[in-house]
Write a protein that binds this ligand. Structure first.
Ligand SMILES: NC(=O)C1=CN([C@@H]2O[C@H](COP(=O)(O)OP(=O)(O)OC[C@H]3O[C@@H](n4cnc5c(N)ncnc54)[C@H](OP(=O)(O)O)[C@@H]3O)[C@@H](O)[C@H]2O)C=CC1
Ligand SMILES: O=C[C@H](O)[C@@H](O)[C@@H](O)[C@H](O)C(=O)O
Length: 311
């Protein structure tokens, strides 16, 4: 494995590979977390919005009972959009569900607030059926409230997700604490070099999500990925995950399947030629973003400039 962990701007370490839990179903995720930790994972990613923090917490508890120390597991959870005006409340609910005193990383899930008192606790809608966005709440004000959590000991580090360069510039202009992490969709069909370079210059670590292309892992069949896998006698998944460690990013791979959880631990030392082949996949604007919720808001990503926004 090229790197087993990266150092954050807090001085803390983030393990290079984390277990993703988005869409991991009830009845499956507790076992997935317990199994992953038993085979060496030390980084678990969840979120209030995933609705599985309680079960993730049960998996963590089993791992601790088996002798793994709390301080050796890096746990991330995320502030949901309907809680942008209730930051303290949302972390307390998450900690209660997880059965933890603190999380290692607390991330703003999206830089868009939704109506706190809308028609649904997670995904409120307006009468036309679109997302009930709270345009009165600026994402930087939410982040400033997250900064205050650092003094409570309930979070060891704070950061953001889904931040473009434009949003990061807005945030850094007013923040006292540089985010430790920006968690973004990242893979050879969405390299986001602009965000990666900007974060590197500012000391913000990137964690890549949807490295396999999310549900159904469509990127495993990319010919260039398969060709590199054959060259190194490894799986395509290993190539797609190792792409991030080579870039200095940590990576989250979701699976509830024990054989895949185990297999995804295998990292491959990719060479310069491999990285060049992987970089070529997106050349000529051949980009694919899998996570594209209908926010009605311009998030500032260059690949989304064709989208029509209401605001
Ligand atoms: N901050 C944010 O907004 C976001 C954060 N994330 C985080 O990142 C994590 C990873 O991203 P995610 O979108 O889940 O997608 P991934 O790219 O990790 O792909 C997950 C899919 O790949 C399958 N899979 C996993 N390993 C293998 C393998 N070795 N061979 C074949 N198939 C495999 C899984 O199936 P199965 O489980 O059935 O084995 C599942 O269908 C999330 O779970 C979440 O924690 C994700 C999206 C947005
Ligand atoms: O972390 C995973 C993703 O961000 C997911 O939570 C969102 O995409 C959500 O389904 C939404 O529709 O806004």
């Amino acid at each position: 494995m090229a790197e087993t962990s990266f150092t954050l701007n807090t001085g803390g370490k983030i393990p290079a590979l984390g277990l993703g839990t988005w869409q991991s179903k009830a009845g499956e995720v507790e076992k997935a977390v317990e199994y992953a930790i038993s085979v060496g994972y030390r980084h678990i990613d969840t979120a209030y919005a995933y609705g599985n923090e309680e079960e993730v917490g049960k998996g963590l508890k089993k791992a601790f009972e088996a002798g793994v120390k709390r301080e050796d597991v890096f746990v991330t959870t995320k502030l949901w959009s309907t809680y942008h005006k209730r930051v303290q409340e949302n972390i307390e609910i998450s900690l209660e569900k997880l059965g933890l005193d603190y999380v290692d990383l607390y991330l703003m899930h999206w830089p868009v607030a939704m109506n706190t008192n809308g028609n649904h606790p997670l995904f409120p809608t307006t009468p036309d059926g679109s997302r009930d966005v709270d345009f009165s709440r600026h994402h930087v004000d939410t982040y400033l409230n997250m900064e205050k959590l650092l003094h409570t000991g309930k979070v060891k580090a704070i950061g953001v997700c889904n931040y473009s360069v434009m949003y990061l510039e807005q945030l850094l202009a007013r923040a006292s604490i540089v985010p430790a992490v920006n968690q973004i969709e990242n893979h050879p069909l969405l390299p986001q070099d602009d965000v990666s370079d900007f974060c590197k210059a500012k000391g913000i670590h990137i964690t890549a999500y949807s490295p396999l292309g999310s549900t159904g892992s469509p990127l495993l069949t990319l010919p260039a990925v398969q060709q590199i896998a054959t060259k190194h006698s490894v799986s395509p998944a290993s190539v797609l995950l190792s792409y991030h460690t080579e870039r200095g990013h940590s990576v989250l791979a979701k699976s509830v399947t024990p054989t895949r959880i185990m297999a995804n631990r295998q990292m491959t030392k990719l060479d310069t030629a491999d990285m060049e082949v992987l970089a070529q996949i997106s050349s000529g604007g051949n980009l694919k973003r899998h996570g594209n919720p209908p926010w009605k808001v311009n998030l500032g990503f260059p690949d989304q400039q064709h989208v029509k926004y209401l605001s």
